[in-house]
Design a protein around this ligand. Sequence first.
Ligand SMILES: O=P(O)(O)O[C@H]1O[C@H](CO)[C@@H](O)[C@H]1O
Ligand SMILES: Nc1nc2[nH]cnc2c(=O)[nH]1
Length: 302
Amino acid sequence: MTGRGSVNKKRRKKRYTYESLTETAQYLLDRVPYQPRIGIICGSGMGALAEALSEPLIFPYEKIPNFPVSTVEGHVGQLVFGYLSGVPVVCMQGRFHYYEGYPLWKCAMPVRVMKLLGVTHLIASNAAGGLNKTYKVGDVMLVKDHINMMGFAGNNPLQGPNDDRFGPRFPPMNTAYDKFLTQKAKQVAVEEDLGGMVHEGVYTCLGGPNFETVAELKMLGMLGVDAVGMSTVHEVITARHCGMTVLAFSLITNMCITDYNCYDEANHEEVMDVGKMRQDVLKRFVARIVDFIAKEMLTKDD
Ligand SMILES: O=P(O)(O)O[C@H]1O[C@H](CO)[C@@H](O)[C@H]1O
Ligand SMILES: Nc1nc2[nH]cnc2c(=O)[nH]1
């Protein structure tokens, strides 16, 4: 086979199969003496969330069969297994973004590996720009919904042949973010020094890596977006496709600039600094949510 046909065939071959992802999961299960039930994805500058795990077992991405590698500052690039609030969890200390050059199905691949490890609940965190004018830097926005902007252009992590062993061809997304868990997280946030700084809102993911123009942000504001980032949506779609319960939150690391007379500029250093600034409170926040899931939700699933 020559030309386009052979190029397409090679591309198709590179996609993960159920079997190759099982191989990845088995590699990890052979080295970890338990199955994690909760998965946590650390946002930019929020890798410290993984430092809260006791008895950590660390797997750098480059050592895990079939795993992509992290290329972004603030994303260490390792899977950390351990206990949080006494519950076995797995934490992605570093996620994959479209702007790194990975297709969305590859960016979301660790979520399927988590599923095969036994994870039923996903907590996805991210750093995001606050578009809602009532938000402030350092606030937390619980994601109540998303707008899949990249999906509008036909780019979706579930694109390509569907494997029913993961989930259905046409999964619903209107219940993507678990309401019960989000309500509980709201209550926890209020109790954990985040009262008045916790919101519920709509997140969108753009391809990046550039931050947005003023006109783009104005448009997103009109669409009802409260926070803007470059991740999470593809992970959540993949998680819901395979039946996981999802909670997601954004740390507002910068306010989106929608004024042509403002000459401040968004930058990644600020994003990471704010992550660091909020790391202790977020560690407690996530630990309490894990505790809640373990006590109120896992037992129901068992
Ligand atoms: O979404 P996370 O990975 O938290 O990071 C956000 O912050 C980075 C930009 O500073 C981008 O990677 C964006 O997606
Ligand atoms: N797209 C986008 N991603 C971010 N991540 C952190 N802040 C921002 C932002 O303002 N825009």
